[in-house]
Each structure stands twice: as structure tokens, then as C-alpha cells.
Design a binder for this molecule. Structure first.
Ligand SMILES: Cc1cc2nc3c(=O)[nH]c(=O)nc-3n(C[C@H](O)[C@H](O)[C@H](O)COP(=O)(O)OP(=O)(O)OC[C@H]3O[C@@H](n4cnc5c(N)ncnc54)[C@H](O)[C@@H]3O)c2cc1C
Length: 309
């Protein structure tokens, strides 16, 4: 099936793209990898009359730098910055992501399939905000910050405030997600685990855990985000709290997993009833917390194989 007719625009500069989107208004949509958008157009779920291609804006790439927000550090936080049009494959292959962000590496390996990952972009995966998506919960657990640019405007949002509901984000009309910043805290490690029916399928359930530990292995920072448990990615606040101030032993991970399964109330869907999802929350939180702690205690953040519970 062909998509309905549309005009194609390929601006070469960010300000040009933002101005164009502002000028064209609700009839226009940004185009990134097109993996979701073109399919949705073919199915007549959306009918934009203009597509503004973001791939010529020089946004792709992965860099490390110190950002202006300090988060208690006098000289700013070191961050890994991923440009919005960087493909999922490029991220998967990038040494800094493999070395410093095992949480994201885990998620990239299980997102869609290699053909889709070759075209789909980090910005598209975030802006798509599929409640069953794998990248969104990682951004929430990673405490990532998202840079948005509009016509003459720029703002920075935390991942948690970016995702507002099913397939809905805080992006304003015509706004472009330009970069995603992942803070680099020493002693951090994470893990993403997903259960799906077969390769390429969305998550029946997924758990993202990111931890920071100090010398005695006690947890000083913790985020747990769940995918496909609600209208958007759900945080397991009480489970996070129970991990603070102590090493993540098998017993502590089990306690956190039990709490997560009690506090998150997943909605049933045609693929998985709620009790099954609750069992997955318990099992995956346990494993992901242990693996995240193991990776964090390596202090260099290098990926290790997930712990099997
Ligand atoms: C067969 C298949 C299987 C998949 N399986 C999974 C899976 O298992 N897990 C998973 O997480 N995802 C999955 N996906 C989704 C995929 O990984 C991408 O997240 C998705 O296709 C969007 O990326 P894209 O770059 O193609 O964006 P596009 O399709 O180009 O755009 C998607 C939406 O985001 C908007 N947009 C894109 N970039 C920006 C930007 N920089 N600023 C503002 N708005 C923007 C577009 O206007 C559009 O509304 C699957 C997709 C397919 C086709």
C-alpha cells in the first residue's frame, strides 16, 4: 500500500527545519528513519501533507563532553551526547556506548531487528514514545536529558517529563528533538531485560535498571523503569528506594523485585494478562538489579553478561 501524497522537504540546517515546521503547522511532520511514520501513513493512521526530513541536519553522531547542568558537581556533569538522527545500529556499534552505557547497549540489541535498526533513529525512537518501546524506559532509568529546538526556541527536558502518555511527548508543534544526553557518573551500571514472543516483536514487558554504587558497593542512586505496564514508562519508586544505602545482594534484589511487582499495576493486553506481567516484573527486576550492580561495581561501567537468577 502506498502512503497518501505528501510534499517532501529536506532542509540542510536546523533553524531552517524548525522555521519550516512552524510555517507549515499541523500539516507537517518531522521524518527521521521513517520506520514508524511511513508505515503509519500507509495504514492511513496519520496523513501529514508535508514531511520534513531531519537527516540532512548534521545531528547524527556520538560525542562526550561536560554539560552546563551541574547536578551537584561544581564543574558540570560529563555526558555522552547522542544526536537525534543517529541510527540505532550506529549506537549499537559505538565503542563509547558499549563501554559506558551497558543499559542502552542491552536495549539496542533487542529493539526491533537489524533491518529496522539500520534506519530507525534514537530521536525517532524517543519521539515515537511507544509504551511498549525499549529505548524510552532506558532514557528514564538513565536520567537522560533531551534537547528540543523550535523556531527560535531551545529547551532541555528530563526523559521523565518528555514522555507524557501513549505515543505522546512534551514536543510542541514543530519542535525537533536534537540531542539526547546520558550523564556519566562513575560507579554506575545498568541492565535492560525484555521478554517478547520472538525477535522483532515489541516487549510483553521490559525492565530498565540503572544504579550507582560507592566503594562499599552501597547504592547511592537508582532508577527502575518498566515498559508495557502502563500508558507510558512506569517507574518503580518504592523498589528503587529499598535498594538505597546497601549493596545489592541476592536478598536485596529479591526484596526490590517483590516490591516492584506489588507497586506497578500492569494493564493486561491481548498478548499477556496482568498476573503474567506481574510475574515478569518480579523476575526481570531481580535479574536486572543484580546485573546492574555487578556492572556498577566494575566501576568502569563495562558491560558484562547478565546475571541469571
Ligand atoms: C517492524 C518493526 C519492529 C519494531 N520493533 C521495535 C521494538 O522491538 N522495540 C522498540 O522500541 N521499537 C521498535 N520499533 C520502532 C523503531 O525502533 C523506531 O523506534 C521507530 O521506527 C521510530 O524511529 P524512526 O527514526 O524510524 O522515526 P520515524 O518513523 O521517522 O518517526 C517516528 C515519529 O517520531 C517523529 N520524530 C522522529 N524524529 C524526530 C525528532 N528528532 N524530533 C521530533 N520528532 C521526531 C516523527 O514525526 C514521527 O511522528 C519497531 C519498528 C518496526 C517497523
Amino acid at each position: 500500500m502506498y502512503p497518501p501524497a505528501f510534499s517532501y522537504h529536506a532542509p540542510g540546517r536546523l533553524d531552517e527545519a524548525a522555521d519550516l515546521l512552524a510555517e507549515l503547522g499541523p500539516d507537517a511532520q518531522p521524518l527521521a528513519g521513517g520506520q514508524t511514520l511511513i508505515r503509519a501513513m500507509k495504514l492511513r493512521h496519520v496523513r501529514p501533507r508535508h514531511l520534513v526530513d531531519l537527516r540532512y541536519l548534521d545531528l547524527a553522531g556520538i560525542t562526550q563532553h561536560k554539560d552546563q547542568y551541574t547536578d551537584g558537581h561544581a564543574d558540570g556533569v560529563r555526558t555522552l551526547r547522542v544526536g537525534a538522527t543517529t541510527t540505532l545500529t550506529a549506537c549499537e556499534d559505538a565503542a563509547p556506548i558499549q563501554d559506558l552505557w551497558p543499559l542502552l547497549t542491552d536495549a539496542l540489541h533487542v529493539t526491533a531487528d537489524p533491518l529496522v535498526r539500520n534506519l530507525a533513529t534514537m530521536g525517532g525512537a524517543a519521539a515515537d514514545a511507544d509504551p511498549r518501546g525499549d529505548i524510552g524506559p532506558v532514557l528514564v532509568a538513565a536520567e537522560a536529558n533531551l534537547h528540543l529546538a523550535g523556531s527560535g526556541t531551545a529547551r532541555l527536558l528530563s526523559a521523565e517529563s518528555f514522555f507524557t502518555g501513549p505515543s505522546s511527548t512534551a514536543l510542541g508543534l514543530g519542535e525537533i528533538l536534537t540531542h539526547i544526553d546520558f550523564p556519566l557518573h562513575p560507579g554506575s551500571g545498568g541492565c535492560y531485560l525484555k521478554v517478547n514472543r520472538k525477535v522483532g516483536d515489541p516487549a510483553l514487558l521490559g525492565i530498565a535498571v540503572q544504579l550507582r554504587v560507592v566503594h562499599d558497593q552501597a547504592v547511592t542512586r537508582c532508577r527502575i523503569a518498566v515498559t508495557n505496564a502502563g500508558p507510558t514508562y512506569v517507574r518503580a519508586y518504592k523498589a528503587e528506594e529499598c535498594l538505597y544505602g546497601q549493596p545489592v545482594t541476592a536478598a536485596a534484589a529479591r526484596r526490590a523485585a517483590d516490591i516492584a511487582a506489588q507497586e506497578v499495576h500492569p494493564h493486561p493486553d491481548r498478548d499477556a494478562p496482568a498476573p503474567y506481567k506481574q510475574a515478569l516484573i518480579r523476575a526481570l527486576t531481580h535479574r536486572a538489579a543484580l546485573t546492574a550492580a555487578e556492572r556498577a561495581s566494575g566501576s568502569d561501567g563495562r558491560a558484562v553478561e547478565p546475571v541469571r537468577a
